[in-house]
Design a protein around this ligand. Sequence first.
Ligand SMILES: Cc1cc2nc3c(=O)[nH]c(=O)nc-3n(C[C@H](O)[C@H](O)[C@H](O)COP(=O)(O)OP(=O)(O)OC[C@H]3O[C@@H](n4cnc5c(N)ncnc54)[C@H](O)[C@@H]3O)c2cc1C
Length: 391
Amino acid sequence: MKAEVLVAGGGLAGSAAAIALARGGRDVVLVEREARPQHKVCGEFLSREALAYLRALGVDVEALGAVPITAVRLARADGVGERGGLSDYVPRPKIRTWGTPTIEAWLPFRAMSLTRLRLDEELLRLAVEAGVQVVRGRSVERVEADGGGWCVRLNGRENATATTNAVFLATGKHDLRGWARPAGRQNDLVAFKMYWRLDAAQAAALDGHVELILYCGGYAGLQPVEEGAANLCCLIERGELQRLGGRWEKLLAAMLAQSAHLRERLEGAEALLERPLAVSAIPYGLVRERAEGLWRLGDQAAVIPSFTGDGMSIALHTGLLAARMYLGGESAESFQRRAHGELSRQVGLATWLSRGLVEHPALLSAAARIWPGALQWVAAGTRISARAMPA
Ligand SMILES: Cc1cc2nc3c(=O)[nH]c(=O)nc-3n(C[C@H](O)[C@H](O)[C@H](O)COP(=O)(O)OP(=O)(O)OC[C@H]3O[C@@H](n4cnc5c(N)ncnc54)[C@H](O)[C@@H]3O)c2cc1C
């Protein structure tokens, strides 16, 4: 196989880059290891920037069933800030609370929510339409420098190598052998995702909202997605999860015991997946400055904490920026430096806040109560800056 550019990974970053390169007249192969549409661990909150990029690529999220999100709620769990973790929390009849446990604010922009199952497939469809050769059900195993270009080995059948001038690495949370990302500044969280069919009254209460639910040692995001389902994505410190036997059922029971808000939401709810999806060792806070020859996109370039709901914007931003710079004859090194300059401030702030949410949830929720604009400030301050967005 020969191609001018090989894109490894067909998530948002890889597909966006491949579409832009193919529309720019380049010969592109995209390799996606999943043969069929898959769910992904993601809160599925599409911020203003992500929506702008998707529109520019030709994705009609409304036609795909996306639902609007206009407000954010912060729900503190009972007993957060007291000694002990989620695993040893014992509900008590009288819990010291301060003010209302829930704070609400309008988002400073209109967001949407759409499952990755639909969104990623739509981008892959657009890639094929743009002329990208999409290879599915094969994964990139190895990437080695070869003369002035690259030799890429795929798994599976014989002769599964490709020679290419440039490799765009967009494998998301999965590192390639020999090209692993360094640790981030917050590395000890494990993520779970489960879809629910909520009871009608709870679905109505959640409608239009993204909810951030705090508990000891982690936090969760809950929001509606298309077809009346709700997405619950939760993060927990690895040590706490180990103390809970590493089991989802125990984690869910502990979160429910501590959060009256989550208990209310999931009362009578039906789990829609047989088991939750999970991912660990997420290098939150990482922003790559050096490319080492490869164009690193999306989660391979920068990993912003999940509560911001901005990872997909970064994936699309880096995918499109890399394609633009490649088409303009620039190098992978200058792309990576520029992406670092554009993203490190927001990723740094978000990581600092994410550590605060896990380590000092009572302090942060008290601050949000004292300063009513805090949620909006955080929502605005953890986005890609307007200066970095193309005109
Ligand atoms: C708990 C959690 C909640 C989140 N919530 C949100 C949110 O609400 N909003 C938001 O904007 N962001 C959110 N994010 C972040 C967001 O999911 C990621 O930033 C985004 O998916 C990154 O896109 P990507 O294209 O880089 O990687 P991915 O979407 O992970 O895509 C990578 C692709 O590469 C493929 N692949 C992997 N290895 C290989 C290989 N060797 N060869 C070929 N293909 C390969 C995979 O199958 C996959 O399709 C969340 C993340 C987590 C962990």
